[in-house]
Design a protein around this ligand. Structure first.
Ligand code: SR1
Ligand code: MG
Length: 421
C-alpha cells in the first residue's frame, strides 16, 4: 500500500487496505476473518486492534493533526517514522521489553505490531489499586539499557552521530514537549486548564521566580544536552502490564536528550498516581497501603536504573566516553568508578527536576492524566492535585540537595499527609 497516498484508516477499511500484507496476515490470519476496532485513547493517533482467525495485531496510524485538539493543530505524519525507528532500536537495546514490529509503512504513517494479550495500560491499573510484582525493576532496567546503549558511552560514535541527526528531525514533537512541559505550566498559556480551586496555588507557582528559572534551566538541558536516544514520553500511559509482565510502548517522541529525562518523567507519573489514590480507593487503610506500594515502586525504578547503569558501565563501556584505555587499562578502576558516580549524580539531579516539571504540566497544562481527571468530585480532585503541585515544586527547587529516593519518598509522604486547600 505504500504507493497509495496517505489516507486515515477506519475499522471498515483496515482489511481491504492491509489484507494483502503477508507480515500482517501471518499473525492475524486471512483478512476475511478480521474484526477491527479502534481503541486509541491517547492524544495523537489512531490505534486499531485487528482480531483474526489465528491471532491479533495492533495497527497504529498517525493522523495529520493532534487528535486531542483536532484539525486546527496540524502535526506531521513523520512521527510514525520516529516511532518505528525508536521501537526497533529499543528492541535491540532492551530485548523483550517493547512490542515486536511486524510491518512499517512510511506513506501511510503506520506501524503494525504485536498485540499484547491481556495487557492493560498501567495508568488504568494504578487507578484500580493493582500491584505488579517487579514493575519498578523492569522499568529501571528498561531505562538503563535503552539510555546507556543509545549514548556515546556505548555506541560506535559515527552511528550515534547519524542517529542524532536522524532523530533531530522530530522537531514538532520536541516542540510539544518544550512548550507543554517546560513553559506553558508557568504562565496562562492559551490551551492550559486547571481545577479552579487550585487558583491560589497556581498564582503562587507562577509567581515563583526560582521555579520559573529552574524550569527554563531544565528546558535548556532537554533542548541542548543530546546525551542519548530518549523514549521521550515515558509515562504510565506508555507502559502496558499484565500481572508481573510489562512492556513499554509509544516512543513517537523519541529524540536525543538528557538521560535523566525519561527516568524523571516516569517517576513523576508514579508520584502523581500516589497523590490521586484517595480519588480512586474508598478505604483509607487501603489508600495508605497502596500509596506505599506506589512509592516503593518509584524508588525501585531509580534503584534498578542505577544498578543496571552501573552494570553496563562496568561491562559495556565501549563508546568514546570515559574509555577504559584511560582507567581500567591503566590499573585505575577507581577512576572509572569516580566518573560513574559523577555521571549518576548528574542524572539524578536532572531526573528530579524533570520529575517536578512533569508533575506541574499534568495539572496545569493541556495534557492531563486520567488519575486526576477521573476524580469526579472537584474538591477531592483539587486536594490531590495540590499535593502533586507542591511535591513537584519541592523536587525542582530541591534537586541540588535531595540525595536519595528515600529522601523523595519521605518528602512525598509528608506532602500526602497535608491539605493545601
Ligand atoms: C498535544 S500532545 C500532548 C501530550 O500527549 C503526549 O502523550 C505527550 O505527553 C504530549 O505532551
Ligand atoms: Mg504517547
Amino acid at each position: 500500500m505504500s504507493a497509495t497516498p496517505y489516507e486515515a484508516l477506519t475499522p471498515e477499511t483496515v482489511a481491504a487496505r492491509l489484507g494483502d500484507i503477508v507480515a500482517v496476515s501471518a499473525h492475524a490470519g486471512a483478512p476475511e476473518t478480521w474484526q477491527v476496532s479502534e481503541v486509541g485513547d491517547g492524544n495523537l493517533n489512531l490505534v486499531f486492534i485487528v482480531t483474526g482467525a489465528t491471532g491479533q495485531v495492533i495497527v497504529k496510524q498517525a493522523l495529520p493533526y493532534v487528535r486531542l485538539v483536532g484539525e486546527s493543530w496540524p502535526l506531521p505524519l513523520k512521527r510514525a517514522f520516529f516511532e518505528y525507528n525508536a521501537l526497533i532500536r529499543q528492541a535491540a537495546r532492551a530485548p523483550g521489553m517493547v512490542p515486536e514490529v511486524y510491518h512499517y509503512d512510511d506513506a501511510q504513517a503506520l506501524v503494525v505490531m504485536e498485540f499484547l494479550t491481556d495487557h492493560v495500560i498501567l495508568r488504568q491499573s494504578l487507578m484500580q489499586g493493582i500491584r505488579h510484582a517487579g514493575l519498578g525493576l523492569f522499568l529501571g532496567r528498561f531505562c538503563a539499557q535503552t539510555l546507556f546503549r543509545g549514548s556515546d558511552l556505548s555506541m560506535e560514535t559515527a552511528e550515534r552521530k547519524r542517529d542524532l541527526a536522524l532523530f533531530a528531525d522530530n522537531i514538532e514533537l520536541c516542540d510539544i514537549t518544550e512548550n507543554l512541559v517546560f513553559s506553558d505550566p508557568y504562565f496562562a498559556a492559551p490551551m492550559n486548564r486547571h481545577t479552579p480551586a487550585l487558583d491560589p496555588i497556581v498564582a503562587m507557582l507562577r509567581g515563583d521566580r526560582d521555579l520559573k528559572v529552574a524550569a527554563q534551566h531544565l528546558k535548556a538541558a532537554f533542548a541542548n544536552n543530546a546525551e542519548t536516544l530518549l523514549h521521550g514520553d515515558l509515562h504510565t500511559g506508555s507502559v502496558m502490564v499484565s500481572g508481573d509482565k510489562a512492556r513499554v510502548i509509544d516512543p513517537e517522541f523519541a529524540t536525543y536528550g538528557p538521560i535523566g529525562f525519561d527516568v524523571g518523567m516516569l517517576i513523576a507519573n508514579f508520584l502523581m498516581a500516589a497523590c490521586a489514590v484517595p480519588g480512586h480507593l474508598a478505604d483509607t487503610a487501603e489508600q495508605a497501603s497502596y500509596q506505599e506500594w506506589i512509592l516503593a515502586t518509584a524508588a525501585e525504578v531509580w534503584d534498578s536504573f542505577a544498578q543496571e547503569f552501573t552494570h553496563l558501565w562496568r561491562n559495556e563501556r565501549k563508546g568514546i566516553l570515559y574509555q577504559s584505555t584511560l582507567f581500567e587499562d591503566q590499573n585505575d578502576a577507581l577512576g572509572a568508578e569516580q566518573a560513574r558516580l559523577d555521571r549518576l549524580a548528574a542524572i539524578w539531579r536532572d531526573a528530579l527536576g524533570f520529575c517536578g516539571v512533569e508533575m506541574h504540566r499534568r495539572i496545569l497544562g493541556l495534557a492531563h492524566i486520567a488519575e486526576y481527571d477521573q476524580i469526579a468530585d472537584d474538591t477531592l480532585r483539587a486536594r490531590c492535585e495540590a499535593r502533586g503541585l507542591m511535591l513537584g515544586r519541592a523536587l525542582v527547587i530541591g534537586r541540588d540537595t535531595i540525595r536519595s529516593m528515600a529522601d523523595v519518598t519521605d518528602l512525598a509522604r509528608s506532602i500526602l499527609g497535608k491539605d493545601y486547600l
